[in-house]
Design a protein around this ligand. Structure first.
Ligand code: PLP
Length: 415
């Protein structure tokens, strides 16, 4: 399966699911809400909100431990969601789906449990220049702990990964490649299947940060060929505080636990503890059960629409948004790679991104402003930050229209 969108997709009926999302029905500062900040955290459909409420009202109990009915129901709901995640990303087994707090925790888990025991002073971790801080700082911490070296693959002025330069960094001293599927600041989609093939041919395991991959297109971890794939529920229309680490079973099996506590054990004695089987070995303590129930409901919702449709819808909107933004005088697009997901960063001459964001908010248009937890990207483009409009399946041509009108008004007001 290609990781890049098929730009030749058949025209499809535009998606119209805005009505499924209660938060989008409100007005903000006297205007209908135009929500263009889904890359930070997406809104939740009523199906997710209702599933969580039903669970809280009827089924709440701790999982895996009770013989009583509610505990059985809670366990069924929690484990049922894990099964949905497995099939959503086409993992080979439910043992490969570790439920975490989010992408950040998943990356830290891989850094500490997988890479730390396998790396030494002078050995290398390779990442790219377009990573989110969640795929930078855990590796810097690991380097401090072990004396390993963090090496960064460059990007070009369009925000595209320089693949030849990346491949030239992948030598025998590299212990892991950590790479984002889609850049949250630039929207660039990386050709993950090709990259993992290159890395694995050299015996280098690959962790993919999929936080911005999963919400926008179908993801098949086996086709991508990665060893680990991390993502967060709240970027895919589920609740905050919940996420997933997919890992190849043989690798997870060989890794020590990340945290110790209840649920991750089979037997505890003062002279030694036997750890639980996968995936529970990595799920110490009471998990975010309601969050996982919401994640399961979000996947059911997305499957009902179809990720190919989501992708096609967003690609049409993105093309329209990029074209129209590009025509605004004094506006510079940041991130113009050929293959992009529905994120567009930009700066406007003479207006600080925060001022721009405030002026847009006054017109009911929510965009993110700042460094987007990707400060090295800002340093590369030599900007203090950007404004970023990010689209999701519920956005429409009207949203793009309102963004452009609000921007033009904001620029006029400022000048
Ligand atoms: N990676 C990318 C590409 C992201 O966009 C984000 C969130 O913005 C993260 C990682 C971190 O996700 P979380 O805060 O849910 O752990």
């Amino acid at each position: 399966m290609s990781t890049l969108p098929d730009t030749q997709y058949d025209p499809i009926e535009a998606l119209d699911v805005r009505g499924d999302f209660p938060a989008l029905a409100q007005t903000v500062n006297g205007h209908p809400l135009t929500f263009l900040d889904s890359a930070a955290s997406a809104q939740q459909p009523a199906a997710v909100i209702d599933a969580v409420r039903r669970y809280q009202e009827n089924d709440h109990a701790n999982v895996h431990r009770g013989v009583h009915t509610l505990s059985h129901r809670a366990t069924e709901a929690y484990e049922g969601a894990r099964d949905r995640v497995r099939s959503f990303v086409n993992a080979a087994s439910r043992s490969e789906i570790v439920l975490t707090k989010g992408t950040t925790e998943a990356v830290n888990l891989v850094a500490q449990s997988f890479v730390r025991p396998r790396i030494g002073s002078g050995e290398k971790i390779v990442i790219s220049h377009m990573e989110h801080h969640a795929n930078i700082v855990p590796w810097q911490i690991l380097c401090e702990q072990t004396g390993a070296e963090l090496v960064v693959a460059p990007i070009d002025e369009r925000g595209k990964l320089r693949l030849d330069a990346l491949y030239s960094l992948l030598d025998e001293s590299v212990r892991i490649l950590g790479i984002t599927h889609v850049s949250n600041a630039l929207g660039t989609i990386n050709p993950i299947a090709e990259i993992t093939a290159e890395a694995r041919a050299r015996g280098i395991p690959v962790l993919v940060d999929g936080a911005q991959g999963v919400p926008h297109s179908p993801v098949d971890v086996q086709a991508l060929g990665c060893d680990f794939y991390a993502f967060s529920a709240h970027k895919m229309f589920g609740p905050t505080g919940t996420g997933v680490l997919y890992g190849r079973e043989a690798l997870l099996e060989a890794m020590p636990p990340y945290q110790g506590g209840g649920d991750m054990i089979l037997e505890v004695r003062f002279d030694g503890t036997i750890y639980n089987e996968l995936p529970y070995k990595f799920e110490a303590g009471t998990p975010n059960i309601a969050g996982v129930v919401g994640l399961g409901a979000a996947i059911e919702y997305l499957e009902g629409i179809g990720m190919d449709r989501v992708n096609a819808h967003e690609q049409l909107l993105l093309a329209d948004m990029m074209e129209r933004l590009g025509k605004i005088d004094g506006l510079r697009l940041i991130g113009t790679a050929e293959y992009k997901a529905s994120v567009q960063s930009f700066v406007v001459d003479g207006i600080h991104p925060h001022d721009l964001g405030t002026l847009l908010d006054q017109q009911g248009v929510a965009v993110r402003t700042g460094h987007h937890c990707a400060m090295p990207v800002m340093q590369f483009f030599d900007v203090p930050g950007t404004a970023r409009a990010s689209l999701a399946l519920y956005n429409t041509a009207d949203d793009v229209e309102r963004l452009i009108a609000a921007l033009e008004r904001a620029i006029r007001m400022f000048r």
